[in-house]
Design a protein around this ligand. Sequence first.
Ligand code: PLP
Length: 433
Amino acid sequence: MDDTVQRDGQRADAVLAAVDPAMAQILADERRRQTEQINLIASENTVSAAVLRASGSIFTNKYAEGYPGRRYYAGCEHVDRAERLAQQRARELFPGAEHVNVQPHSGSQANQAVQLAVLEPGDTILSMDLSQGGHLSHGHRLNLAGKLYRIVSYGVDRETERLDYDAIAEIARRCRPKLIIAGASAYSRVIDFAAFARIAEEVGALLLADIAHIAGLVATGLHPSPLPHADFVTTTTHKTLRGPRGGMILCREKFAKAIDRAVMPGLQGGPLCHQIAARAVAFREALTESFARYQRRIVETAAALAAALDRHGFRIVSGGTDNHLFLLDLRPRGLTGKVAEAALERAGIICNKNLIPYDPETPFVTSGIRIGTPTVASRGMDVDDMQRIADWIATVLEAPEDTERAERVRAEVARFAAAHPIAESYLEEAPVS
Ligand code: PLP
């Protein structure tokens, strides 16, 4: 790491410690936690020092309601440059995007903006059931989408645990949705966006592809892009894309105005300028060959970890993974996701309980855990390391109440994690553009 960055960081830490020692301590504890543990949460990642710097930058002081060149506040010339840079890099990352909005505060708000732009209350959305791998913002009954719109759900086939496009088409013919949402939070297989587009076209629906989880894979060609097929593409910027927390919308030019209006003033006021700057930095990092190699490592480590757990006798939902994540069905072990998550956490291995398809348990208990490799791959853990992680998971879940065993594993995990520090920079070579 560059000396100046380190000095700046230390100075900022010292200032925080002087102003608010309590919060400085909390942040120091969180840094230690992230360093000592193995993070298998599929939706998380560890950003570079450059992204962190832009995210914690002076742009946090700025109001900039509106869009570049059309703001409701003065003093926006540099914010405009930052936002244009983010837009331009987003277009390079996702070729074929006719219009880009980098302002949504989150992935949920990106989805809400699309819904607000093209739907009226009471219109029908066809989306993946949350309990089968979908996301709250696609229409959970307690989510705004579930309250405003009529939600019809599709799921995965009971046998294959994969999307069955004929079955989805059949549901679409019956419910005649105005919007179809393709995309998931816990689906380990390739999503056939072309098939979704054919269904949407047949029933006269618009198509939204939510690539929040797989955006990094899509950007590097490891998952087919929805861009030729979907009217709208939404994403978060903080999962496989390895940027700051936030959302983004790509859409066809004919929807540009409606989308921009839906984001602001429809849903938000001032954009988070510091997060937009950090998104631009993350996109620059993502336009490199080293990012493409990183995405390949995510996919390879996920496959290796699933295979190693399979050798330990665990059941992997759908039999494996094509992307960065998979679900373990713990019912054959007589365990719930809740028990497994807690036992693994005691051992320094962090993952989340997750419903599996057709789960008999409630979302607070669940029969499964979701496991993903974006963070471990960011920390340089490789395919060979996955066997060791699988061995620890198996050891802990053989006796989830055995706290001594968890302590033993925790010490080994901490040693291993310390040997794979969170990187300050991911740029092993110059950006390609
Ligand atoms: N869409 C999908 C598929 C997701 O998995 C998520 C988050 O997990 C979101 C949208 C929402 O993102 P956020 O948490 O930023 O609102």
